[in-house]
Design a protein around this ligand. Structure first.
Ligand code: PLP
Length: 433
């Protein structure tokens, strides 16, 4: 059996790690060369506690989920209370209060007539559902052949087969699978008028076979933390209207305040036809995702004919514990000044990451909301760099040529200062190596 290489940062690994590590296949990990993962025994606020008692300040929010910090008492209490009553009941022919309340609240929060909420359990699946909805929308409207998607260079929408097909096919993480997944229409984002004209012409030529245009609004996350402005989103909305195409916003990363508004579409003042949400939906506690459609999309599925219905139903759709966590997370967004906190984080990130601009080997430093990025000309040995961050007492996971932080929105000034100081220090070391 293959055993992960020892990790010099794991002192005296607990028995469960030694026994379990050879069996636990980790995400995005070369299991032969990556040192044994760090054993975490507790999370609280912005801190991860390791088995040997050390604490790390988390700069990732567990893949951008823990908006209110870890283990928030309000969410914990809501999940515990729900667990006493009913952890789960299927939504086939049944309904429950947590799912109904959450669907109502999301409909109220999202702009326009985005009012029809379909729950699933992961971001990728919610995007798959959005894609399926879009294809069937046209079938139900009597238009055939609209089966393709326009997505964008630099984009990422998930790891399942359909969502892999709408990721950047050349620079994304799924390039190995070219030929094995559906071929979509990958275009450049219309970040200026010239690119908008090119996309306009492209849609003019191909629109008749397109079900929807799919985009990550304001920030392309896993594709490299690339930012664009709200005008780009307005151009996309105008082009979709002109060519009679559905517009899908994948707000799985940017939703729930990360870029400064509750949802990225609000920053552009537009209403997409379908929105996907996950990650911070439950404040980083439970797996839950939602695909939310505008009234005309939903109405295309209505009729006497059962065949027009959306034939999708994940077993755990609308799980009561997850919906209770999400309702509690929304309470916190209502009660606590999260968006003001994001603005303060943005200011501090701007100030404290700015000196990185003067480091050799730094291509760009950029900040949007609670996202701070240092882009390098080239990355060194990733495992060694990750280790250096841990030695500095922080958890930061660089990827590609990006060193970034997406801290919990509740992080205090001193803790954020430790994250940015570590980013500057380790970036300088990479540049000097
Ligand atoms: N869409 C975007 C924009 C994402 O950032 C992610 C995950 O990083 C996904 C979809 C996939 O979500 P999940 O990992 O929950 O399947």
């Amino acid at each position: 059996m293959s055993v992960p290489p020892a990790n010099p940062l794991v002192n005296d690994p607990p028995a469960w790690l030694v026994e379990g590590a050879p069996h636990l296949w980790l995400p995005y990990t070369q299991m032969q060369t990556t040192p044994m993962a760090l054993p975490v025994v507790k999370t609280e606020g912005v801190r991860l506690t390791l088995a040997d008692g050390r604490e790390l300040i988390d700069g990732t929010s567990s893949w951008w989920t823990a908006a209110h910090g870890y283990n928030h008492p309000h969410i914990r209490e809501a999940v515990t209370a729900q667990l006493q009553k009913m952890p789960h009941v299927m939504l086939g022919g049944l309904a429950h209060e947590q799912a109904c309340r959450l669907a109502t609240r999301l409909s109220d929060l999202l702009p326009g007539d985005l009012g029809h909420v379909f729950f699933s359990e992961s971001g990728s699946v919610s995007v798959e559902i959005a894609m399926k909805m879009a294809v069937q929308y046209w079938i139900n409207n009597g238009k055939t052949g609209r089966t393709r998607f326009v997505a964008f260079k630099g984009g990422y929408h998930g790891d399942t087969l359909a969502t892999m097909s709408v990721c950047d096919p050349d620079e994304g993480m799924h390039t190995l699978f070219k030929g094995a997944i559906a071929e979509q229409l990958i275009a450049e984002l219309p970040t200026d008028d010239e690119k908008a004209a090119a996309l306009d012409a492209f849609l003019g030529a191909h629109g008749h076979r397109v079900a929807a245009v799919l985009t990550e609004p304001l920030v392309q996350g896993a594709g490299g933390m690339r930012f664009h402005d709200a005008e780009t989103l307005r151009r996309l909305r105008r082009l979709c209207d002109k060519h009679d195409l559905l517009l899908i916003h994948d707000e799985i990363f940017v939703g729930f305040g990360r870029t400064g508004t509750m949802f990225a579409c609000e920053a552009a003042g537009i209403v997409p036809d379908i929105v996907t949400l996950s990650k911070a939906l439950t404040g980083g506690t439970m797996a839950l995702a939602a695909t939310i459609a505008r009234a005309p999309v939903f109405e295309a599925f209505l009729g006497e004919d059962g065949g027009r219905a959306l034939m999708h139903g994940p077993t755990y759709t609308g799980n009561a514990l997850a919906c209770a966590a999400a309702n509690a997370s929304l309470d916190l967004f209502e009660r606590e000044p999260r968006l003001a906190q994001v603005a303060a984080i943005a200011g501090q990130l701007e100030r404290e990451l700015a000196p990185a601009r003067n480091l050799p080997g730094v291509r760009d430093v950029r900040v949007k909301g609670a996202i701070g990025v240092i882009e390098l000309e080239r990355m060194g040995d990733l495992n060694a760099i990750k280790r250096r961050f841990i030695e500095e007492g922080v958890f930061i996971r660089p990827f590609g040529n990006i060193v970034y932080t997406t801290p919990p929105l509740t992080i205090g000034t001193a803790d954020l200062g430790r994250l940015t100081a570590a980013m500057l220090k380790v970036t300088a070391e990479i540049a000097a190596a």
